[in-house]
Design a binder for this molecule. Structure first.
Ligand code: SAM
Length: 286
């Protein structure tokens, strides 16, 4: 038997409230009621949350909250939770998911406060549902580092995982991220989900290299989630000499010859020793 939509006036404590990721109609009835009952809303950006409150016809005191907020700010919020309703929201989606909040939850718990969550929109989950990629096992990896070496190292950590991978990304960095994913993971099936729940929602599917080529000259606008299918079903790319050499040169800029050869051989489904020899001759030729 489902609990009634809005039960009773909330107990004092911390309420983690998910908010829409684009379409304001996605606010849940319980989230709206809890925001209305809040004594204070701890918000990532109070100007962003003010728009949501105005849409709901609410005027509730707000205070800025980030994980780099000092301990005094956090301590003051935790103290208020003893006899007030403190609501935590981020700019969009589920707080704590690539957003501030975990330190506040940690401290609220260690102080013995009532902590509860109001589930709702989350771009990662919404993108998985759109992608048509296996959804039984996934790893949410947040944002990749922007520097090439750190990005490649991070991707390498995920390469052996038998799971769908989920990344948050921005338009200007999308093509480079897709190329680096192809390099580090092989040419897996993937999807780019954009502007979910908004007017121009789109989900483009293809292999990583197809998607990298698709977005190379036209960085898309808006908010983006990349979904990459699990290993084992890579589609080897058509291997012509020029693209193998270009891939090797790019990989050798950040990696040893052996690492670059291994990644490129995997990407194109070629013999690692032959590619290593080719990489050495490219390096010798300067
Ligand atoms: N906490 C949020 C959540 O639950 O999804 C995510 C916050 S994170 C700072 C913001 C990133 O989420 C964006 O850069 C984008 O990668 C992704 N995102 C947020 N809204 C989105 C949307 N409507 N469509 C696609 N991706 C979105």
């Amino acid at each position: 038997m489902p609990d009634s939509i809005i039960t009773h006036s909330p107990l004092p404590g911390l309420y983690i409230v998910a908010t829409p990721i684009g379409n304001l109609g996605d606010i849940t009835a319980r989230a709206a009621a809890t925001l209305a009952a809040a004594d204070v809303i701890a918000a990532e950006d109070t100007r962003v949350t003010a728009k949501l409150l105005s849409h709901l016809g609410l005027r509730i005191p707000m205070t800025p909250y980030h994980d780099h907020s000092d301990e005094r700010t956090r301590g003051a919020l935790v103290a208020r939770m003893a006899d007030e309703v403190v609501v935590l929201v981020s700019d969009a989606g589920t707080p704590l998911i690539s957003d501030p909040g975990y330190k506040l939850v940690r401290d609220a718990r260690s102080a013995g406060r009532h902590v509860t969550t109001l589930p709702g929109p989350c771009a990662a989950i919404a993108a998985i549902t759109l992608s048509g990629l296996p959804s039984d096992r996934f790893l949410f990896a947040g944002f990749l580092p922007s520097k090439a070496k750190a990005r490649a190292d991070t991707i390498a950590e995920f390469a052996a995982l038998r799971a769908t991978l989920v990344f948050y990304e921005s338009g200007p960095r999308l093509a480079a991220a897709l190329g680096a994913l192809a390099e580090g993971l092989g040419n897996r099936d993937a999807a780019v989900a954009r502007e979910i729940s908004k007017l121009y929602e789109q989900c483009v599917t293809g292999t990583l290299t197809e998607l990298a080529a698709h977005y190379a000259d036209a960085p898309p606008k808006g908010e983006i989630v990349i979904i990459v299918g699990p290993p084992g079903e890579e589609v080897p790319e058509e291997a012509d000499d020029a693209s193998i050499d270009a891939a090797l040169r790019m990989a050798m800029a950040d990696h040893t010859v052996a690492q670059a050869a291994k990644a490129v051989a995997k990407r194109y489904g070629l013999d690692r020793h032959a590619i290593y020899a080719r990489a050495l001759s490219l390096k010798d030729a300067g």
